[in-house]
Design a protein around this ligand. Sequence first.
Ligand code: SF4
Ligand code: SF4
Length: 334
Amino acid sequence: MNLANLCIKCGRCLEVCPLFTSTLREDFSPRGKWTILSNSPKLSLSEIKHFSTLCLGCEKCALVCTQGLNFAEYLADFKACSSDWKIFATQKLLQFINSSNLLALGKYKFSSQDKNAYFLLTPSSKKIPFKKAVIFPGCLAKIFPNLEEKLKQLLAALKINIIPTPNWKCCGKPFQLAGLEEQSQNFATHNLNLWEELGKPIIITFCATCFKGLKNSFPQNSILLAENLLKYFSIQTLTNQNILIHQSCHSMDIPLHKIWATLKIISKCCGFGGTFKVLHSKWSKEINNQFWSKIPESSVVFTNCLGCLIELKATLPKNLQVFHWIEKISLKEK
Ligand code: SF4
Ligand code: SF4
């Protein structure tokens, strides 16, 4: 069955698709792409490449689609069936490793950073339903090693026993969206085996993309995005600067407006999108420009996704700051 024929053209996906909202082009929207695909039950390599330039893999359309259509997953299935695509995608990913964003990361790692805390957390009396946990830092945490340390401090303040971090592999999400399904499955099997050996503790990650990736292979209630732990604290903001909490594309189903009740949430896409940025840097830049155009001067943006953190750090305009929120917490004894 050609899934594309299930689209009823209701248009609910239009306002959430970052590519459509940046370009206002119907042929770039999920609805427009499904319309084109309804006449193409199979995709050639050139068509896969074409549609890969037209999707960031954010899966926001899937959250609102009345028909349950997920364009990113549909495209990933086609990619997974094409050996030509896999060779092409691997070459492109290698090119990306040498790109300017990763150079920017190096600067970020070694440059002097603002050491001030922006949030003071005090544990509340709310009961936590688990006593031990293991951290899943994710591949990019090597670039931001302070984040795992901060999460350990946060868990210690809640008196949760922290199991030493095992030798996890990638969460698999970037590989799944790139159509490299076999690698993604191998990572999932490795990670599931480790988790079972550890006695199936709660897994906590501070990266929204890892959170989304792990949910594909682990039982739903075994994975927690670290931001969810904030409901066990009272939060005091320690700055007068304008603060914006970034709801990254892969955390759209987390109620951040409740967690950060007094702060403004911005749910725009950063423009990264993995292979999308590699294949179509022009539109990626356009989406990124639109993100920054919504941020008032002298604001501080706090994100929850390491992919977004990289992109936003690499494109940061003057007079603005961006951090992962966990970098900027300090903890108060109760
Ligand atoms: S996954 Fe994101 S970028 Fe791709 S079609 Fe859906 S909303 Fe648009
Ligand atoms: S929300 Fe779903 S059914 Fe409606 S236009 Fe978009 S893809 Fe089609």
